[in-house]
Design a protein around this ligand. Structure first.
Ligand code: HEC
Ligand code: HEC
Length: 798
């Protein structure tokens, strides 16, 4: 009995101590001693402040502490928010029990705490009273065996076994395989974002080899267009844009290097572990004196991931650096949460998470990894030899400029009565010849400056040296209300200890944790994204939220199987995609079926392929491709398409450049080239946060300020009007018609047929040919082309 009591008091002591640390010590501790009172040790609390002892052990009503907490006798503590009744009575109980002080952390050897399931002292266990620990996504990855099937025919692999087992249970037969033309169109769009040519379709349809499908899949995966397609998906997740956002929305001229790196990384099938590490801590992989080779330069560019958030430069005017820093760090914790962990870490910015086993401290523990990261807009990418060459040229130009400056000084010397006479004042006293000579010298000096070759640079980050800045929890997320200090650490539910030091730096430790094969969230989240882009819907329908507010997986065993194999096989995205698209499940026809639909109306069990509308970019790219307008592009600075003046003038930031020289210098404008120059894949067009491109905008572009795991797919009237009437559609249709005329010759029937097979990847039916000919006769071939690009068959992929 006594033992039990002691245990209770000891538990209370620790909780009371934590409460005081959290709510009192910011004003009554080492930094501040309001009322001359410190509450960070037992002795100090007994001694008290100006008004006498704060705590009298055993007698709660005698010390000032309980009076202050209960708002009795004038004192109201904490000054802003009263403690809850539970908290107040906890303190009261603790004082009545003798106010034992939990051993100070520093003097007791730190015990490593266990995860929330095994260790009652785990802070998440304590914060939520042991609840919330049954979240499925935190369980270790299982190693499930594919279930046995009653019918094995048509099964290509384990993916199908997991899917079919559930279909068998529900009594739903799978659909037959899609016809080859349909399948190739689907594969081409899913893997490269572009349609196949009619010749590729015919070639595939006539290919009798048993590995005909594998050959097409391998070719598509090896195409450079693969990286362009899949980079788009990742850029949505990391909220990529080429501008800063907010009203000024300045252009970031080097940001595109990150976009190009993603394309290259995907095309090279960079192992997932490295893909994660380079984005979180690429700069820490490079020696401080600068990059040694192209791989180092890539690592610096990849860390541009940390520079993709929005930034309000007007904050500099109002000395709001603390606010901007708070937003920078908060945004990084939130984005790592969404992109890699699939958890809404953002919801723990201001309070403990309301649903998931994530405390507010966890949000700030994640932030602390970035505390030393300082933004660097001009990180040099050139290798050592190139750096030395450029530096030598800079030195040469500097020396020449200095020599010219000496000539200027000599010229002006007689007119500089006192060293206080400025260069400009002295110049006024020169005669005409002297002024001419001075002007010429000035021009020569400026020419030397211009001779300096620029370094190749990127937006990245660099760790500041010295002691890392302290990270404190902000009460209700308000950076003016700092509270308890935290050290960098992972999700406490899994590991509540301070993160171990990693040789590269603090973010390398975070990368180690994220990339660890046993991490329960990271691989599940990534594999689910891949599944979603192929099947239209993830095994978890909420790709950025694997918490209690998100959807549970429809096929949890399959998800774990895929995540495990993905990690075991080196984290190859191409290998994963290959497995998925070769499954019978992926290859099913899309036909709807009343009997099957009655049992599974939403196709959760995947008894057919659900038709999908192309995304904005894929639609535009496909139109350009079909019309023969699409130009090859290997990346580089974004292209700026012409946009109607009234749209530009509606943007306050752009408008400002007409009247304000500084706004022009800040690159707030719109730098259009020509339409033809912009006939490249949409990934390479400018992504300006404040202005979505008018011909992409109607088709559900994501909000580029926060991570987007899944785009909306709406079907609304403005899309059809746009597709039919926009200047872009008209231009593409005319070019399409001209190209078809060149290809198909003078025969109008051949033209109509050729246009259809180019747009829809299949031969025209007689009825379609009749309609097309009638239309082309009356309104021209371009009108027929425009109809083809507006049809469901173009916009939806079966
Ligand atoms: C935001 C700062 C702040 C926080 C947080 C805060 N205090 Fe205070 N505290 C003060 C100030 C300021 C005084 C000085 C008296 C006054 O101005 O009211 C004070 C005075 C006191 C005193 C009287 C000291 C004396 O001997 O005169 C007690 C007791 C006290 N606080 C207890 C607490 C407790 C317990 C907590 C946490 C539950 C707490 N305070 C949190 C600012 C704070
Ligand atoms: C900018 C600060 C901030 C962010 C971010 C934030 N909240 Fe809150 N939230 C508050 C404040 C302040 C309260 C009221 C005080 C409290 O309950 O802690 C609150 C209260 C709540 C409540 C009601 C509390 C209750 O017990 O009834 C819920 C539910 C909630 N938040 C959910 C969320 C979710 C979900 C997210 C993420 C999508 C989120 N919050 C993000 C500040 C925030």
């Amino acid at each position: 009995m006594i033992g039990l009591l002691l245990l209770l008091v000891a538990g209370d002591a620790e909780t009371a101590h934590a409460l005081i640390r959290r709510r009192c010590v910011s004003c009554h501790g080492a930094e501040k001693q309001e009322g001359s009172l410190r509450l960070d040790s037992r002795d100090a609390a007994l001694k008290g402040g100006d008004g006498g002892p704060a705590v009298v052990p055993g007698k709660p009503s005698d010390g000032l502490l309980m009076r202050a907490v209960r708002h009795r006798g004038g004192l109201k503590m904490p000054p802003k928010e009263k403690l809850s009744e539970d908290e107040a009575s906890l303190l009261e109980r603790w004082i009545r029990g003798g106010a034992p002080w939990a051993a100070p952390a520093a003097s007791s050897p730190q015990r490593r705490l266990g995860d929330a399931w095994s260790d009652p002292e785990n802070p998440v266990r304590r914060a939520f009273g042991g609840a919330r620990l049954d979240l499925w996504s935190l369980r270790p990855l299982a190693d499930p065996k594919p279930p046995p099937l009653r019918h094995e025919e048509g099964v290509h692999g384990d993916v199908d076994r997991f899917i079919r087992a559930r279909l068998e249970d529900a009594g739903i037969p799978p659909s037959r395989e899609a016809p080859r033309g349909v399948l190739l169109r689907r594969l081409a769009f899913d893997l490269t974002g572009l349609p196949p040519t009619p010749e590729e379709v015919r070639d595939f349809e006539g290919d009798p080899r048993p590995d005909a499908v594998e050959r097409r899949v391998d070719r598509l995966l090896a195409s450079p267009e693969f990286g362009v397609r899949w980079a788009r998906h990742w850029l949505d997740v990391v909220r990529y844009a080429d501008t800063h956002g907010f009203e000024r929305d300045e252009y970031k001229p080097q940001m595109y290097r990150y976009r190009d790196w993603v394309v290259r990384a995907l095309n090279a099938d960079l192992p997932f572990e490295r893909f994660v590490r380079m984005q979180i801590a690429g700069d820490e992989m490079v020696p401080p004196e600068g990059p040694r080779d192209a791989a180092d330069a890539d690592a610096i560019v990849a860390a541009g991931f940390l520079r993709l958030g929005t930034y309000d430069s007007t904050g500099d005017l109002f000395q709001e650096q603390a606010k901007a820093r708070n937003e920078f760090l908060g945004d990084l914790a939130n984005t790592v949460g969404s992109a890699f962990l699939g958890l809404t870490i953002s919801c723990a910015n201001c309070h403990d998470h309301k649903y998931d086993p994530v405390t507010q401290a966890d949000h700030f523990r994640l932030r602390a990894f970035f505390a030393t990261a300082s933004k660097k807009d001009d990180t040099v990418l050139d290798g050592p030899a190139e750096r030395a060459r450029i530096a030598a040229q800079h030195r040469e130009a500097d020396a020449a400029a200095a020599a010219i400056q000496r000539e200027i000084d000599a010229l002006l010397a007689p007119f500089r009565g006192t060293p206080k006479t400025s260069e400009a004042d002295a110049a006024k006293l020169l005669d005409e010849a002297g002024k001419r000579a001075l002007k010429e010298l000035g021009e020569r000096k400026a020419a030397e400056e211009r001779r300096k070759p620029p370094y190749t640079t990127a937006y990245s980050v660099r760790n500041t040296g010295g002691k890392p800045p302290e990270t404190r929890i902000f009460y209700q997320g308000d950076f003016n209300e700092p509270r308890e200090a935290v050290t960098a650490g992972f999700l406490s539910v899994l590991d509540p200890n301070p993160a171990p030091a990693a040789p590269g730096g603090p973010r390398s430790a975070l990368a180690d944790w994220l990339a660890a094969p046993e991490h329960p969230l990271v691989a599940r989240v990534f594999v689910n994204r891949a599944w979603q882009h192929l099947f239209g819907r993830g095994l978890v329908a909420t790709p950025n939220d694997f918490g209690f507010s998100g959807s549970a997986p429809t096929h949890p065993e399959l998800l774990d199987r895929l995540a495990r194999d993905f990690r075991a096989e080196g984290g190859s995205l191409k290998r994963l995609l290959r497995t998925l698209v070769l499954s019978a499940t992926y290859r099913q026809a899309s036909a709807w079926d009343a009997e099957r639909a009655a049992k599974d109306p939403e196709n959760r069990l995947l008894w057919r392929r659900a038709p999908r509308r192309l995304e904005a970019e894929a639609m535009r790219d496909a139109m350009l491709s079909v019309a023969g307008l699409l130009r090859p592009c290997a990346g580089g600075p974004p292209r700026w398409p012409p946009v109607p003046q009234e749209i530009l003038d509606a943007q306050p930031g752009i408008l400002e450049t007409h009247s304000d020289e500084n706004a022009r210098k800040r690159l707030q404008g719109w730098y259009a080239t020509t339409e033809e120059d912009c006939d490249v894949r949409s990934l390479f067009l400018i992504q300006k946060r404040a202005l979505a491109l008018p011909f992409l905008e109607p088709f559900d572009l994501p909000d580029p300020t926060v991570s987007c795991g899944k785009r909306d797919v709406t079907v609304v009237a403005p899309q059809a009007l746009h597709q039919l009437n926009s200047g872009f559609s008209a231009r593409v249709s005319r070019a399409f018609a001209a190209s078809v005329e060149r290809e198909a010759g003078a025969d109008p029937a051949a033209q109509v047929r050729r246009a259809l097979e180019r747009a829809w990847s299949r031969p025209a039916r007689p009825e379609e040919e009749r309609i097309g000919r009638r239309l082309a006769e009356r309104a021209g071939l371009a009108a027929w082309c425009r109809v083809l690009l507006n049809a469901n068959e173009f916009v939806f992929i079966d």
